[in-house]
Design a protein around this ligand. Sequence first.
Ligand SMILES: NC(=O)C1=CN([C@@H]2O[C@H](COP(=O)(O)OP(=O)(O)OC[C@H]3O[C@@H](n4cnc5c(N)ncnc54)[C@H](OP(=O)(O)O)[C@@H]3O)[C@@H](O)[C@H]2O)C=CC1
Ligand SMILES: O=C(O)[C@@H]1CCC=N1
Length: 373
Amino acid sequence: MTALRVPTEHGYTSASPLNNSKPTTLTILGCGTLGIAILSGILDSLSHHPNRSAAPSPAYPDSGAATPTSTDSPSLSNSFSNTLLDTPTRFVACVRRPQSAKRIRDAVAKYKLVANDVQILQGENVKGVQAADVVILGCKPYMVGEILRVPGMKEALAGKLLISICAGVPVDQISDALYEMPYESLFPSKTAANNGITPGATENPCRIVRVMPNTAALVRESMTVIATSTPPLPDHYQALTEWIFTRVGRTVSLPPSMMDVSTALCGSGPAFLALFMESLADGAVAMGLPRAEAQMMAAQTMRGTAGLVQNGDHPALIREKVSTPGGCTIGGLLVLEEGRVRGTVSRSVREATVVASQLGKGVSGVNGTRFFT
Ligand SMILES: NC(=O)C1=CN([C@@H]2O[C@H](COP(=O)(O)OP(=O)(O)OC[C@H]3O[C@@H](n4cnc5c(N)ncnc54)[C@H](OP(=O)(O)O)[C@@H]3O)[C@@H](O)[C@H]2O)C=CC1
Ligand SMILES: O=C(O)[C@@H]1CCC=N1
């Protein structure tokens, strides 16, 4: 038996009559640009495919390519049923300002089937976390301490899964804000001497996992990196994390040491690619193409090229195949090389990696101070 609950046109019902656990609630603590993108992507997934947990993305409607990890897999279903934790069907979004609340309301309004199950709270973070089974921490990196160190937060999080999407904030920093201890020491391995207890340790701490999605979660095309945890997440929390981020794109697991470069490549990547796309369109506009067509054509060309790479073609081979001897492509490519585009783009990823590593430290002006002491 699985304990998966599925949304229907008439509301939410349990897939199994034997499962009477309460609906699983996902709270986004700090629901701004990225939080809304993730929430919208999940709602889109649920509203288009209420009976399918591995819904294809709107960008590739027939392929299901954006969701390679099917949550229909027995292992995931079993993970949930073992703990009576369903996939989330209720959502809470926490912000401070009325205009932020309105922004969320406007964004979720179009997902009529599920929008009624989105509650927006202003200035009620602890209440939002109390209602949650799983929490996404979506505030700016420098706000993490201030948001987590409020009375009642630690208790509200007890035993729950806390997923941080904050750039440059290691798990230990979150653990320190909540428990004043490194994360690993919250879960001591049991020996005869300690009986699994560390002096001063918190009872029932939350599990923390760091992930790095990107803004394409809105169209369910995020590339999300899920950091491996020490100790590993319990299976049902690992499955829940993967469920959430496969709703909104692809996922990969990497060690925590890879999170800053992942932030630069995947988190910042849409901005870098948007700049390149604009440059392509600008060139075409300069040669007489109308702006709207130029932008659409640049976007589709970029997407098609990404598709070729995802289909197994090496980028260098794509370049060679397109470059007819004496043709226009090699002419254009050599202009790019003269402009040192490859070195410049690579350097921007290196720069963003170093800046990302500083973002959680609560200092301002991290750009322009690349040579940290
Ligand atoms: N934007 C992106 O593409 C990416 C962002 N990230 C990371 O995601 C996180 C969020 O970024 P982004 O969405 O751009 O930031 P936003 O500023 O858009 O969102 C932050 C949200 O947090 C809310 N917030 C701030 N303070 C509080 C508080 N005390 N209590 C409750 N809510 C609060 C804000 O609302 P209000 O002002 O009303 O309080 C706002 O809605 C960052 O840590 C960033 O590093 C990672 C990858 C990509
Ligand atoms: O620019 C930033 O700091 C955030 C993190 C990655 C994308 N946006």
